[in-house]
Structures are given as C-alpha cells and as structure tokens.
Design a protein around this ligand. Structure first.
Ligand code: ADQ
Length: 466
C-alpha cells in the first residue's frame, strides 16, 4: 500500500496533553494516518524569529508528525491575513469583511513555498500526498515546481462560493489555476463542486470533460464530492463512557424540570451565533407558557483572536446574551448560559446527550461536524431533536432534521417550538434516519473514498498532460 502524506495548516495529533479535546478534523486526519502509515506535515503552531525550515519529528499515538515553526510575519500575512481575513470570509459569503492586502497574498505564496521546500525531501516516489484546506491551495504548484510527480489530492473543508464572489478576489485566476496542479480535488457537497465547475467553464475558458473531470489551463483534474463524517460508532460509545455519563448527570441535575437547547461552535461569524441568540429571544418572547421550561447552553470557544472581526463578534455576543438574560431571567432561572471554554470530547458527548435540542444554525458551513456529533451522542430510546441550517453542508445528508433558514429569527423560534413539543415516537423516527446516515457516511468512508480515488488517478502525469 502507498504511504500517505497528509498536509494541513496545523498539525495536532491526538495523544498526550489535551488529547480528548482535539476537534473532529484532527481526529479524522490522525485516523487516516494510522490506517495508511505515513507523515502528517504542517505548522507546529509556534513562532520563530527567523524561518529555518528545521523539522520537528515526533511519533504520537501511531502517527508521525513533522512540523515547522513560522515567522511572525508569516502568521500575520499568511494565517491571520490571506487565509483568515481574505479567503475565509469570502468563501463564507462575507464580502463586507473580506480584506485584500498585497502583503497577505505574498505571505500566502511564501508560506506555501516554504511548506513545499521543507516537505520535498520527505516525499518518496510512491507516496500519495493529500493536502487540506484553503490555507494551502498553491501547495501542489510549489511541489510541482520542485519536480514532484506524485499523485497529489486536495480537499476543501469550507464552501466553494458562487462564481460572482470568486471574481472579486484579486488574482482569482491564479488561485484557481493553482488547483489544476492537483490530480484530484474534493469538495464537501455537490453545490460547491458545481460552483467550482461554473467558474472554470465560464471564467477560465475550461471544459467539463465528463462528470468527474474538468480541463483548463492546459491541464485536466478529477473532481468529486466527499462529504466528511465523524467516527460515529466511536462517538456513540464515548457518549456512554463514565466521563460522559458524569457530565450528563451534572447537566440534568442543573436543568431539573427544564429542557436544554445546546449550541457548540467555534466563536466565528460564519456560525450564525447572533442570529441564533435572536431566534431564541424571539422564541422566549412568543411562547410565555413554555418560557420557563427551557434554557439554552451555548458553548463557543474563542478562535482566531488575532483577527479583529473575531474580537468584535465576541463583544456583540457578550452584550446579546446579557440582554436576553436581563430581559427574561428570574430568581431561579437564566435563559442563556454562554461559555467560551474548550471541553474534552467525552464531556461534550455528555452535554449533547443531555440536550433535548441541538441547535446548529451556521450562516454558511462547509459541512459542520457538531450536527453529526449531536446525532451520534443521543440515547436511541429518548433522542433529542436536531435543528439544522439549510446552509450547512450537512443539511444535504441530515434531511430528517428540522431544517431552518438561519437568517430568520421566526423560523428558528418556530423550529424550537416544534422540537420542544415533539413526541417521543417522532423523535425516534427522525433520529433513526439521521443516525443511519451519520453511521454510513462516516469518517472512514470519507477517508477511504478519497484515498482510493487519488490512488486510482491513472498516472500521476495524466494531470500534467494537456
Ligand atoms: P469548523 O468550522 O471548526 O471546521 P465543525 O465541523 O463544526 O467546524 O467542527 C468543529 C469541531 O470542534 C467539532 O468536532 C467540535 O466537537 C469541536 N468543538 C467545538 N467546540 C468545542 C469545545 N468547546 N470544546 C471541544 N471541542 C469543540 C471546518 C469547516 C466545517 C467542516 C470541518 C471538517 O468549517 O464546515 O465540517 O472543517 O471538514
């Protein structure tokens, strides 16, 4: 079997300190590497005054991690800059806060080049190289420049936006052209793949050769949809572990006589947190009889604190939760409990299981793993109800959820009412359909179909021939 080299911006294999709080993606990548053996390469998360390309190699829980430190300017221009101030907002339809700065683009190219130059000596002839996410779009181009002929695949974890948005990006053509140095490009949903194909055919003069191949810039690339999943069986087990049970008991003791609604998201404007709070406020205002029987727990760990818009949304959410509590709280009840901490995965599973409603309402989301984790953690005999945004990639699979438009406080309030009054029979019926899908399209199937498709690309050079 070929070795697999996985490249992502951050490398954080589970194991050692903080093991249980590693997010879904890190767990998925670590699992992929344990299965195929190989290397996980990327940024260590640390800075160094001057870039040296010095590799740190460690073996954690069956995974070989090779990391490099970056310079402060790299973090400013590449990570906080082009990745998180330009591409992230643009790809989540937030043109209004998308920042373009020439230094960002230069930093982005520089770090991709540095990644490629450091990785190059580690690549052996039969290795499959799998590059992840918007931080590293030009990495295949840099590797090809260094003579790498291996099969290289790319998976985009976030949405690919509509053509009209992509063209607002200075040098958008160059970014898309860089994707044609891959052999395989994977998207979360058919909608994102179609939007990409639309750009290629109408803007880049490319052609859709058949269902799975696009050609442009003198190259052909295979494209496919690979919806990412979670390790559902394992998560369902974790939800029954002693630590999960303990958290479950604590949560139920604190919510006696009340039903809990839970939201769990990185603190990010794409997650629709303000709109969600307002939807809950609308529910409280419109349903005085149900009001004191519910409470909403929002867990939102801080992220990307080096970016201004993230600090701004944080203060708006503090104000909003204070306002709702100020308006509705009573001596024995606060309607909103809002915390910014990270939790271990088993604790999180206990929280999900204790919640009657999982409220997942991003304004745009590539997939959303929280929705899948919520489903996997439920008690099959007394499951909760998932309320899910139509703009999460997961809505394509989790159709038995209550699907809402996250921009509409009325729809959120209505769905909450319906979820909280749903009888057990309907909850079980819906949950079974959801759980079947989460189990079937799990993280192993995501990984195996992607790696299988990459290994199947006829010859590595096929993508380079016109
Ligand atoms: P994210 O935007 O980070 O991922 P998501 O898919 O929901 O979003 O994954 C978040 C992960 O972090 C989940 O596994 C969740 O359990 C974990 N997490 C969140 N809050 C936590 C807390 N307080 N404590 C501990 N863990 C917490 C990006 C894309 C998504 C896509 C994924 C994977 O934006 O659309 O689903 O990549 O492709």
């Amino acid at each position: 079997m070929n070795r697999l080299i996985v490249v992502s911006n951050r490398v954080n294999p589970p194991g050692g300190r903080g093991e249980q709080s590693v997010g879904g993606l890190a767990m998925a990548l670590a699992a992929a590497l344990r299965e195929y053996s190989g290397i996980w390469f990327g940024w260590s998360g640390r800075t160094t005054p001057k870039f040296t390309g010095q590799l740190q190699v460690e073996r954690v829980d069956g995974v070989t991690a090779a990391t490099i430190d970056l310079e402060p300017a790299d973090i400013d221009e590449y990570y906080n800059g082009y990745a998180n101030k330009t591409l992230w907002p643009l790809f989540h339809y937030r043109l209004d806060i998308t920042a373009y700065d020439r230094s960002f683009g230069e930093g982005y190219d520089r770090v991709n080049r540095r990644f490629a130059e450091t990785l190059r000596p580690l690549i052996e002839p039969d290795d499959l190289v799998w590059i992840h996410d918007y931080h590293l779009i030009p990495m295949a181009r840099e590797l090809r420049r260094l003579g790498v002929k291996n099969r290289i695949g790319f998976f985009l974890h976030i949405p690919w936006p509509a053509h009209q948005l992509v063209v607002t990006l200075p040098r958008h053509r160059q970014l898309v052209q860089a994707l044609f140095d891959y052999d395989l490009i994977g998207f979360q949903t058919a909608e994102y793949l179609q939007a990409f194909a639309e750009y290629v055919t109408s803007e880049a003069g490319g052609k859709q050769l058949d269902e799975a191949h696009l050609s442009a810039f003198g190259r052909t690339v295979r494209t496919q949809v690979f919806p990412i999943g979670i390790d559902a069986a394992e998560f369902a087990q974790i939800a029954k572990s002693p630590a999960a049970r303990r958290t479950y008991d604590i949560m139920t003791a604190h919510t006696v006589f009340r039903q809990m609604i839970v939201g769990v998201d990185r603190l990010d404007y794409s997650k629709g947190l303000e709109e969600r709070f307002i939807g809950f406020e609308r529910f409280l205002a419109g349903n005085p009889d149900m009001r004191r029987e519910v409470l909403m727990l929002q867990i939102a760990p801080l992220s990307r604190e080096g970016v201004d818009t993230y600090q701004e949304i944080r203060s708006r959410l503090d104000a909003l939760s204070g306002r709702i509590n100020g308006e509705f709280a009573d001596i024995d009840w606060n309607p909103v409990r809002y915390v910014n901490k990270n939790y271990r995965r088993d604790e999180l599973a206990g929280v999900y299981r204790a919640a009657r409603v999982g409220l997942v309402t991003p304004l745009r989301d590539g997939m959303n793993l929280v929705a899948k984790e919520y489903v996997a953690a439920q008690d099959p005999d007394d499951p909760g109800v998932l309320v899910l945004s139509r703009f999460a990639g997961a809505a394509n699979q989790l159709k038995a959820a209550l699907i809402v438009n996250p921009n509409s406080p009325e729809e959120i309030a209505e769905a909450l009412k319906q979820a909280l009054s749903m009888d057990q029979g309907e909850r079980i019926r819906r949950w079974r359909t959801l759980y079947d899908s989460v189990r079937r399209e799990d993280v192993s199937s995501w990984r195996d179909t992607f790696v299988g498709a990459l290994a199947d690309v006829p010859t590595p050079l096929a993508a380079l021939a016109s």
